[in-house]
Each structure stands twice: as C-alpha cells, then as structure tokens.
Ligand binder design. Sequence first.
Ligand code: FAD
Length: 484
Amino acid sequence: MTYDVIIIGAGVSGAASARELSKYKLNVCVLEKAEDVCAGTSKANSAIIHAGFDAPEGSLMAKLNVRGNEMMDELSKDLDIPFKRNGSLVVCIHKEELDGLKDLYNRGVANGVKGLKILSREEVLELEPNLSDNVEGALYAPTGGIVCPFILNIAMAENANVNGVDFRFNTEVETLKRKDDGLWHIRTNNGEYTARYVVNAAGVHADIFHNMVSAEKIHITPRRGDYCLLDKEMGSHVTHTIFPQPTKLGKGVLVSPTVHGNLIVGPTAIDITDKEATATTQEGIDDLISKASLHVKDLPVARKVITSFAGLRAHEDHHEFIIKELPDAPHFIDCAGIESPGLTSSPAIGEMVAGIIADIEKPEKKENWNGKRKGIVDPKVMTLEERNELIKKDPAYGNIICRCESISEGEILDAIHRPLGARSLDGVKRRTRAGMGRCQAGFCSPRVMEIINRELGIPMEKITKSGGSSNIVLERTKAMKGDE
Ligand SMILES: Cc1cc2nc3c(=O)[nH]c(=O)nc-3n(C[C@H](O)[C@H](O)[C@H](O)COP(=O)(O)OP(=O)(O)OC[C@H]3O[C@@H](n4cnc5c(N)ncnc54)[C@H](O)[C@@H]3O)c2cc1C
C-alpha cells in the first residue's frame, strides 16, 4: 500500500503530527524502530511545560513553545491526561544575576508569555521556603506547568490511531529515496514502504535522514541530561519548578515536583557522540546534585532517590527547531533539532507539520474526527463508594499488582487491551505507573509478566522489558507442575 504520509518516529513530535494529520482524509502511517511509542527522548526529560521566556526572541522555538503551552489546557482535557500549571521560578542567588532576570523577563514579554513577574527575596521565600538562604530574587512565570511525558505521547498516538493512523513498531527506517514515480521509497528492516510525503521526526537521528535527501547538511549532537527521581515523600519539598539562570548549554539543573507527586532533580548537559548512550554516570549525578543544592536546601538525595535516568537532547548546531519542507527534497518535511522545549511545543509542532502538508495538498477534513480520548480509569482518585462500585462490576480493580503505586490488575488489563496497547513491562509501566514506585518494579514485575503472558499469549521467556533483546527470563531451570 502507498501511504499519503509516512512519519518516521513515534515520539511526541511524530505522535502530535500523526494526530493533527488524522483530521484529514489522508492515509498516514508512523514507522517506529522501537516496540512502542515514547521510546526516545520523549520518555526521558524534565516533563516541564515551559512558559516560553527562555527561547530566543523571534525564533520558531519561542513561537511554538508559547503556542504549545497555550494549547495544553484543552489538549489535556480532550486526551484525559494529567497536567498542572504549578508555575516556575528562575531563582537568583547572587545580586549580580538580577540583571539576567530582567533580560529573561523582557525576552518572555517579547515572546508573548503572560503574567511574568520579578519577585523580591521575601516574596520568593514566601512561595518557596525551602529555597537557598542566599536567594536574592526570582522571575515568576505562572503559566509554567508539569505534565506526564509518557501519557502525553501515548495519548496523542492512541488518539491518532483511533482516527485511522497506522503504527508499525519494530520497523527501523534504513534508507529512503524519492524515485521517478514521485513517491518516497522507504526501506526498513521490515520491508519497503512507499509514500507521497515523509515527515522526519526521528529525534537525535533526524540529521541522518535529512542528510540522506538534502545537499544542505545539518548536524545533531546528542546532549545527555542525567536525572535523579526522589520518593513521593519529597514531592512537596518545592511546589513550583525551580530553575537557575539559563546558560549557553541550556536551562540548567532544575528541581520540580512531578505531576505524579515525586520530586525530579536534573538534568546535566553533556555533549556525546553515541546517539543511544542513555546510561547515567556517577560524575553526572554528583554534578547535578551539587548544582541543585545551590538553589534548593535540604535535598535528601542520599536517602530518597528511587531511580536515576538520562535523556538525549537533539541539539542541532544552530539551536533552532527545523520544521519545513526541504527545498531540494519535495514532500520531505523535516521535524528536526527538536530539543527542549520540544515536549511543550509538541501540540504546536503537530499543527505546523500538518499545516505544511495541508497547504500543499489541500486535503478534505474528516467529518467524523474524534479528538477525545478516555484515559485509564484510576481507582485512587475515586471516592470509596465509587471504588467499591467499580470493583463490584470488575473485581480486577480490587486486585493490587503494584503495591508502591497501588496499581490494580484492572488498570493493567486496560493498558494491554486499549488501542496501541502495551506489550512489554515498560509499556505497562508508562501507561499505568506499575513499577514506577519506590521498589522500581522489584515486586510487581513477575506479576505483570504473568498478566502479559495470559492476555497476549506471549511466552514468559519472550516477554521483554522494552522490546529487542531485553528479555527478563531466558529459560526454565526446572519443570513445573502440569508441564509435559
Ligand atoms: C534532558 C532533557 C530534558 C528535557 N526537558 C524538557 C522539558 O522539561 N520540557 C520540554 O518541553 N522539553 C524538554 N526536553 C525536550 C523534549 O523531551 C524533546 O524535545 C522531545 O521529547 C523530542 O521528541 P521527538 O518526538 O522529536 O523525539 P523522540 O522522542 O526522540 O522520538 C524520535 C523517535 O524516532 C524513532 N526513530 C529514530 N530513528 C528511527 C528509524 N531509523 N526508524 C524508525 N524510528 C526511528 C525513535 O525510536 C524515537 O521513538 C528535554 C529533553 C532532554 C533530553
């Protein structure tokens, strides 16, 4: 089958583009090399919905940041995803930094960020008593927010899928070329695909495909950011997202509550060459802890860290989003250099990508497009009566599988059986939070595996943590009762 549009990559950029394109009468397919959506940078970031004061004035980054931020209220309602405007503070601990705050304020105003305010030392400490005693003032941005990056990505993809977009997982694009028939021929490890348009949303790998089709080369450096995630006991240590002053390398090490009630500390900014190297280092973790402690006091990192992880920013040399049809590659739309604030901007990125194709193609809109999605039912937010009623109807909601996060079998069954359902432990984890708590899946992994085995018929030895060769168990060491 020849598709109208093929999107490479099912991160937030690809998923948002797919959802926007699903409004039109177009055959769209997303090719993703991993076994699930949200397998690249979109799964490992700060999860902040940036206000938009940091991006250079007049840049595409600034425009899409502010637009994406504005879209988030309606989108989060439509897709039933967690989102909170907790506000952000850029904190100064030296008097000489105060001029930098004014510059940020002015840039924010020029970028169209609403409600910015410079706060005195007393005003900031009233908002955040756990800030450093050295605090001198802060820039307050009430429109800053926090989101769950997994659910945002998954929800946009799910909704695109329900509206007709195909997703092909474990499908790695190897080469692509536009032939005389006017079609893009895309070779993958899973056969050849053809399409009239290609959207290159391959994250840190986007330069590879851009350079394959265009004479004007770009270069993306993977810029690693390490993080520590702290236990929920620490979730209210600060209530706003606390930033230091930004530097050339990025927004600096932040401390923020997460939308699920943990505390996140990070990221570092380390340029590397390996586009897959997401292992954290002790050096990186030590660095981020010492930097975070300059602005926030009493961070109990030694006792309360439940996990650490790293993500790779797709840093293009010109530090700007590249979203356009390439002049020397007709119908090839780049969505490259999507570093921070890419998560925030993602709904606006989707809008822009779809707009570029719609302007050329003038496709008809679908009359029956449905932009609404219902999330996985969470018994924890119900009243006792509602919960009892739910368990009466479906006892699986009364069977707790993940003790740390209190996740029931009912939620896991929903995660597996809904559109683009989970097939691995991480797939279940990102959709339900089973395994995201204090014990980091030590207790619930075997139980989630049993459910995947029973529901999808995947043998225990073939169940993976996150696709590929990440199998959990290799073989049986002894026969079980009932075996032949
Ligand atoms: C440390 C850090 C902190 C950040 N913090 C924030 C923040 O707080 N707020 C914010 O707004 N933004 C933040 N960002 C930026 C944000 O996370 C990214 O901009 C966004 O996730 C990029 O999404 P994407 O879809 O473009 O790329 P990705 O999520 O990387 O998706 C690309 C996809 O393409 C797939 N792919 C690659 N090659 C192929 C191939 N050959 N064939 C098929 N598929 C392929 C990958 O598997 C992947 O799934 C942060 C980033 C980092 C690293």
